[in-house]
Write a protein that binds this ligand. Structure first.
Ligand code: PAN
Ligand code: ZN
Length: 184
């Protein structure tokens, strides 16, 4: 038997019978930025990022994989680039693959000892995110930054640790270029 693929992943297009779509506005994620909302001068409905995902197996399936695409809009809040919330995986040892598709960005990584570093992302760049490493992405370009991700179906997302303590470094636009600096 020969059948058509159930998922099409072509550039920044992810197509399947059921694509889950999440939209994160500034109002949804304003607390991830150090810059206070009163100074930010950003519309609360401004889209910061969108995530489209396909879940071929139920959540928490051991051995299963999920696939998704994240589109981060261009812009800054104060001098902080638009970015994702970021998370550790709930099951800490679960790793993940990120893949740069369009535009340019940065992958910000932090271990459990709060050491933070970053990798440039661009079309064709591939990033192996080891288990026990928190990950967040930022758009450092002037156009939409899109990247693909593949992660274990049972990884889960621990957002609380990051929303409580943040990453130990933040990515800011300094003299027009990205700089990773200590969180004030
Ligand atoms: C990604 C992320 C996606 C959005 O699919 O979930 O880029 O970032 P936040 O989940 O931090 O809002 C992934 O890392 N999945 O595990
Ligand atoms: Zn993840």
């Amino acid at each position: 038997m020969i059948v058509d693929p159930k998922i099409i992943w072509k550039g920044k297009l992810l197509k399947s019978d059921e694509v889950d779509k999440q939209v994160r506005t500034y109002d949804d994620v304003k607390n991830i930025f150090i810059t206070s909302a009163s100074l930010a001068q950003i519309d609360k409905d401004q889209i910061i990022y969108e995530v489209e995902s396909v879940f071929p197996v139920p959540q928490n399936t051991e051995g299963g994989l999920f696939v998704g695409i994240t589109h981060i809009h261009p812009g800054t809040v104060g001098d902080e680039y638009f970015m994702t919330k970021g998370h550790f995986h709930q099951i800490r040892n679960r790793s993940e693959i990120y893949y740069g598709i369009e535009g340019e960005g940065m992958l910000i990584l932090m271990d459990e000892q709060r050491n933070t570093w970053a990798e440039r992302m661009y079309p064709g760049s591939l990033h192996y995110i080891h288990g026990h490493i928190a990950h967040r992405t930022a758009n450092t370009g002037a156009t939409i930054f899109s990247f693909g991700a593949v992660w274990p179906a049972d990884a889960g997302h621990d957002y609380d640790t990051i929303s409580e303590h943040g990453f130990s470094k933040i990515l800011i636009k300094q003299n027009g270029a990205p700089a990773l600096v200590d969180r004030p």
